[in-house]
Design a protein around this ligand. Sequence first.
Ligand SMILES: [Zn+2]
Length: 222
Amino acid sequence: MKIYSSITRLIICLMPFGIANAQLTMAKKLTPKEIRLIDERGAEDPFNVLLTTNAKEYKVLKKESETLNPKDPMVQKLADRMLATVKKENGVGIAAPQVGLNRQAIWVQRFDKEGEPFEFFINPKLTWLSAIHRLGREGCLSIPNEAGNVFRSLILELTYVDIQGNKQRELIEGFTAVIFQHEYDHLIGVLFTERIEAQKKLKFQEADEVNEVFYLVPSELN
Ligand SMILES: [Zn+2]
């Protein structure tokens, strides 16, 4: 995802939102083709970014991604090369399908943390999305010369597996939550331009008061 101006306004969505399935299924091994793609250059070399303007690449971007085994020996190199790619492109997030792998892995820049570090997330699931939304401008490394305003939940709950293979859960808010939603969408084959189209059918109402927003912290993972 490319960076644009910060929060424009807060919106309450009047439509209920589905909750993604938090189950982590057994990941299929990387295919020889996937391994070749990761291994064809060095760990510090960026991948080519797939573009929607190329018919073959568009098909990859529209495909749903499979889970990834964090213990796979190629995962570290995949992560390294994806990070080199997002940095080269001056992005704030990237998803594996954007570099040609239909696997559930994303990098997100954590604007909610000191130093704004990039972090890697394997098999992320958005397990809860707030009804309070924000409308903000987005662009995509895979969609040249396009930007638009997208409604995104202000707060979300996320489960994922870290590169050590530990299951984690976090509550994320603000612009970082926007990046998570944008990158997660890539894993289910959804582009921000399609979100804009879909949102035209939803009803949003401007929030009266946004100064004091609180959320209840859910209980520990089972
Ligand atoms: Zn994107």
